[in-house]
Design a protein around this ligand. Structure first.
Ligand SMILES: *Cc1c(COP(=O)(O)O)cnc(C)c1O
Length: 387
């Protein structure tokens, strides 16, 4: 590490946490059964409804995001239930593994990594298997940066008995996923991605239709029981000890989201993503996913680049941390997040580091070529917004 090098976390989770949230979380411990804490819970729960764009309760657990995925399976289904998994990367695979682990019968739409599912593909399977209880997918498949057509798929499940279960861990709070308006049955998120908090909180909301289905579920559950959690919710508390410090940080983040407003928040990510995509193209590189999400930009690395060495050099010598690819995409892609506490100009740091890294590790680009077009996108946005 270079002397005094500041760390820049450009990984798609964990992400940089705003200092105000960090300082709030460093406060002396409080007790979760105090009346003051119930008041804080009430505020957090109201603001979570705003974030999820729902009238339904939003529950949280002291776990990473996968905990809420597990909670969805445990509370909705029974052994042998047929579900449809959209698998187009690491996190789609996780739905499949969870479904298998708990004795469900998962059918899979298995897509090459980087592809988005087509609503017709889902429709076809639903038509030939009317007994499918749930469709499980990601809003954004973080391993490839692809965005799935959640809204269109919800149109298909709306008039069937099937529920749609959306892992929106890198979608919610980045782009528009209005739970009630689109008729989504289960929406899930976690703390260490779009919510700009440390890892350790997962969130889940159930529609009325999902709640009805959950009454029939026979899978055993204890910590992740939503029925138990609902009873506690009604008394302005939680069943078990919540992650108190993280919730205090969450309170700050949600207040900020409310203040900024969802529309402006989505626009911020859109500008970052547009600027980054423009830079990638200006450098003669390709965007990897078929339908790119605004949560992160995933770059296809040209043949001959020593990607692992590039990433390690930036990480170890300069404190600039990019994510590479997982499994068979290792060495083939670079992932740069737009989530977390980042100003638009932090993106220019990422792009200039990428330019330098590419030149050092096997691919010649004109220094500044990417930064120039990204800065232009940012400039146009600011001019339009403020002048
Ligand atoms: C990060 C992530 C998860 C959950 O991973 P955890 O490590 O359990 O937090 C699930 N789905 C997606 C799409 C993710 O990006």
């Amino acid at each position: 590490m270079d002397f005094l090098a500041k760390k820049y976390l450009f990984t798609p989770g964990p992400v940089p946490v705003p200092p105000k949230a960090l300082l709030t979380m460093a406060q002396p411990m409080t007790h979760h059964r105090l009346p003051e804490f119930s008041e804080i819970l009430k505020e957090i729960r109201e603001n979570l409804k705003y974030l999820f764009q729902t009238k339904n309760n939003v529950y949280f657990f002291a776990s990473s995001g996968t905990g809420a995925m597990e909670a969805a399976i445990l509370n909705l289904f029974s052994p042998g239930d047929k579900v449809l998994v959209v698998s187009a990367g690491k996190f789609g695979q996780r739905w499949f593994e969870l479904a298998k682990t708990f004795g469900l019968n998962p059918l899979v739409i298995d897509l090459p990594w980087g592809k988005a599912v087509k609503p017709e593909q889902v429709e076809e399977v639903l038509n030939s298997h009317p007994d499918i209880k749930g469709v499980l997918l990601q809003a954004c498949e973080t391993s490839t940066g692809v965005k799935h057509p959640v809204k269109e798929i919800a149109q298909l499940t709306k008039n069937r008995e099937t529920v749609i279960v959306v892992d929106a861990i890198t979608g919610l709070g980045v782009f528009d996923i209005p739970m009630d308006e689109w008729g989504l049955d289960v929406v899930i998120t976690g703390s260490q991605k779009a919510l700009s908090l440390p890892p350790g909180l997962s969130f889940i909301a159930f529609s009325e239709k999902a709640e009805k289905l959950s009454e029939k579920s026979t899978l055993p559950k204890y910590y992740f029981s939503l029925k138990k959690e609902k009873k506690a919710y009604e008394k302005d508390t939680t069943s078990f000890t919540p992650a108190v410090s993280l919730l205090l940080g969450l309170r700050v983040i949600l207040q900020r989201i409310k203040e900024i407003g969802l529309k402006a928040l989505f626009e911020h990510y859109q500008v970052q993503a547009n600027a980054c995509r423009a830079a990638v193209k200006a450098l003669g590189l390709k965007i990897f996913p078929e339908v790119p999400s605004e949560s992160l930009t995933v770059i296809e690395v040209p043949e001959g680049v020593k990607t692992g060495e590039l990433i390690n050099f930036l990480k170890n010598k300069l404190g600039i941390i990019f994510a590479g690819g997982q499994d068979h995409l290792k060495g083939k892609i670079i992932r740069i997040t737009h989530m977390g506490d980042q100003s638009l100009f932090d993106l220019l740091v990422a792009i200039s580091a990428l330019e330098v890294g590419l030149n050092l590790f096997g691919y010649q680009v004109e220094l500044g070529a990417g930064v120039k077009v990204a800065e232009k996108v940012i400039f146009e946005h600011l001019k339009h917004r403020y002048f």
